[in-house]
Write a protein that binds this ligand. Structure first.
Ligand code: SAH
Length: 365
């Protein structure tokens, strides 16, 4: 490389967004593309990638692994559910777990993942660990997709202040040819295909240098073998586990349905009562307001209107049929079936004696 040219660039190379963010964004884009349900991040360090991935709605299981428990513990609280997650439980389920251990060891908790990410991990491995790594990740874990990123040593002369390696803990840094030959051999051994890309573009005119971070995306060629064929002892230590509230959990679904039923019933009651007041006590006019659902169709959306399904006032009580409430899209989507609605609110909401309508006293809001 021309020395003057090189010196000129070492002064100006600054990635925007920063390189680590570009790497994480790369993984996020991959998740959006392949929609894996179970993702494991090996060498997860301060959990920043995991934190970003918890917002990907396709993911139901997230796991992190690192040999350094302290670095994981620093920010692991950011992976805990927030109050808003309890107030509005999500439709998907999500479990986040952090394990303390080495990628050189197999543990059954790492089985069954769709995507495994190893971002800037391999260059931290000792020779003996790097030797075991392919068998653990590709042979044992055998996810559908593996992403491995590592520094491209050919880019180093362009980076200011890099003498040998970019980080004092790096055991090696590979050129593009070195990484690609290791990756191709690994892919061949374990029946994966691999494609190379990267983040951190080289300056114009220096394209040969390649990306600052080189990335291999490995895709498994054949379906995974049955997992029960892989018995192995647990060696990792679980240091964190969070189960997010989800509507898949009956307890949270019941709460959500009850509040939605009450909210819907209140809206209907409110409309009904204002009409009631409008028509006063004139029995002839009063009878007019009662059956027509059209008067508040703007609130009710597409209701199944039948005479016997309409809300009505009797004495001090307002009756709002469950069938009417069930026809509201949100209640309908939450419960799925009318039977499920009845089951979820049984004993939790005051119903008419035959159980067909929600009952409110007109005197109380
Ligand atoms: N993946 C992170 C940072 C990687 S730094 C990111 O994207 O920002 C490398 C991490 O790998 C460190 O946290 C280090 O503790 C961890 N590590 C090193 N050797 C390991 C091993 N044998 N098994 C698991 N993790 C290891």
């Amino acid at each position: 490389m021309d020395k003057n040219f090189q010196e000129e660039f070492t002064q100006i190379i600054k990635f925007q967004p920063p390189l680590y963010k570009q790497r994480h964004q790369f993984v996020k884009d991959l998740v959006e593309k392949y929609k894996p349900k179970k993702v494991a991040d090996l060498g997860c360090a301060d959990c920043s990638l995991l934190w970003m991935l918890k917002f990907c709605s396709c993911i139901e299981v997230l796991a992190g692994l690192d040999i350094c428990a302290n670095v994981m513990k620093e920010k692991m609280h950011t992976l805990s559910p927030l109050p808003v997650d309890y107030l509005q439980p999500s439709e998907r389920s999500l479990t986040v777990t952090l394990h303390h251990g080495s990628v050189a060891h197999k543990d059954p908790c790492m089985l069954g993942f769709d995507l495994v990410t190893c971002i800037e991990l391999i260059e931290h491995l000792e020779e003996s660990e790097l030797k075991k790594f392919p068998e653990v990740v590709f042979g044992f874990m055998a996810p559908s997709i593996v992403v491995i990123s590592t520094p491209n040593s050919e880019f180093n002369p362009l980076l200011p202040g890099v003498m040998l390696y970019r980080h004092p803990d790096h055991k090696f840094e590979w050129s593009q040819a070195q990484f690609q030959s290791w990756a191709l051999e690994t892919a061949r051994c374990y029946n994966y295909s691999v494609e190379f890309t990267g983040v951190g573009h080289p300056p114009t005119g220096m394209e040969k240098v390649g990306f600052c971070t080189q990335i291999g995306v490995f895709v498994r060629k054949y379906p995974q073998t049955v997992q029960s064929e892989k018995p192995t002892e647990a060696v990792y230590k679980t240091v964190f586990k969070a189960v997010y509230p989800s509507l898949k959990d009956e307890k949270y679904l019941q709460n959500a349905v009850i509040s939605e039923v009450m909210f819907t019933a209140q809206i209907i009651k409110h409309r009904l009562m204002s009409k009631h007041k409008e028509y006063g006590d004139d029995p002839e006019r009063k009878s007019k307001f009662q059956p027509s659902m059209d008067c508040f169709s703007d609130y009710l959306g597409k209701l199944v209107v039948e005479k016997n399904m309409e809300p009505f006032v009797s004495g001090n009580e307002v009756y709002i049929p469950l069938t009417t409430i069930f026809s509201f899209p949100k209640v309908n989507r939450l419960c799925g079936t009318f039977e499920k609605l009845c089951k979820l609110i049984a004993g939790k909401v005051t119903l008419s004696s035959d159980g067909s309508a929600v009952m409110f006293n007109t005197e109380y809001e």
